[in-house]
Write a protein that binds this ligand. Structure first.
Ligand code: AVJ
Length: 321
């Protein structure tokens, strides 16, 4: 079967957008960086490790929900193509691929990721496992390339892992509207959403005992060192995960342990951190059923279906356009 990769986001293009975002974010007060740059080879590996941590319940809860409901989802979607945004290792995707195959109409899987290394690795494994499935991988940034993604048949577009939570509310509105604009009538959107719950459990999921999330967070600085010739001393920063109760989100930050000065050679930029100053590296918004449904219908989605686990820790939502 055909097996190919389209690159909409080249390494150079990614580096340029990192340069732009880093210049803006590090010159702002408070300082911030967008989380998509976590996922270089090392970052993608660390994220896979996070998904296996005992404290990180989202992955296994989502997997259990997919195991239980993939059939219904496949049938309701009527999809010929599974297009997955932020596909990473495509590990949980297999449950959907199986169900769509059994529903009888799947022809093509389109994994989309910013990480070329994660994408190639996932596709090699899938090509071997499923010789009958056409694979069309796309290296892309779904903040930029939604309208250019392949559409070789009626699609189910999946955004799993609660990746939607990386956007704040205005960001989600923009994102959902551009997904809707890129969809044909009758196509489906499947979202995995992490739900609001006990803050202790939430914080533990982002501050694990083994320190993997801390390493993942600090990897953002390695990415800046490597791609932009920065000279961050990663030992000089500490990982912080906190629950922002007003915004109902986890925020990951890096805290400067001393006042320090960092040079970003490629940007011709020097930035200063005060002792204790924080750099915001990731938002992970948590959802509630009513407001999530509202955001989807506001963006033009309809026929919402909702599945959750008995503890209501996590949800899958299927919506039609
Ligand atoms: C991939 C964005 C959904 O927010 O839970 C995990 C990333 N960051 N631990 C999340 C992440 C720290 C993850 N998302």
């Amino acid at each position: 079967m055909t097996h190919r990769i389209t690159t909409l986001l080249t390494a150079e293009h990614l580096r340029r957008s990192l340069a732009e975002d880093a210049r803006t974010g590090l010159s702002s007060s408070p300082k911030w960086l967008p989380p998509k740059y976590f996922y270089d080879r090392r970052g993608s590996e660390l994220f896979e490790e996070i998904t296996r941590l005992p404290e990180y319940y989202p992955t296994r809860t989502e997997r259990a929900l997919l195991t239980e409901h993939a059939r219904e989802i496949a049938e309701a979607s009527g999809a010929e193509v599974l297009l997955e945004l932020g596909s990473g290792s495509s590990e949980k995707t297999r449950l959907l691929l199986d169900a769509l195959t059994q529903a009888g109409q799947l022809t093509t899987y389109v994994p989309v990721d910013v990480s070329a290394s994660a994408l190639t690795q996932a596709m090699d494994a899938l090509a071997e496992e499923r010789p009958g499935l056409a694979l069309h991988g796309v290296v892309a940034d779904f903040d930029q390339h939604l309208a250019q993604l392949p559409s070789p048949g009626r699609r189910l577009i999946a955004l799993l892992g609660s990746t939607l939570g990386n956007y704040d509310r205005p960001g989600r509105e923009r994102f959902l509207q551009s997904v809707a604009a890129a969809m044909q009538p009758g196509e489906g959107l499947l979202l995995g959403l992490d739900l609001v719950k006990d803050p202790g459990q939430l914080v533990a999921a982002y501050d694990d005992a083994a320190g993997v999330t801390a390493e993942f967070n600090l990897n953002a600085l390695h990415v800046l060192n490597q791609s932009l010739g920065a000279d961050f001393d990663t030992d000089g920063f500490r990982h912080l995960a906190l629950w922002n109760a007003d915004e109902e989100r986890i925020e990951m930050r890096l805290v400067a342990q001393d006042s320090t000065r960092v040079e970003l050679r490629e940007l011709d930029l020097v930035i200063k951190f005060d002792e204790g100053e924080e750099l915001l590296t990731e938002l992970s918004c948590k959802f509630r059923r009513t407001s999530a449904a509202r955001e989807l219908t506001d963006a033009g989605f309809r026929n919402l279906r909702w599945w959750t686990d008995p503890e209501e820790a996590y949800a899958l939502v299927l919506a039609k356009h």
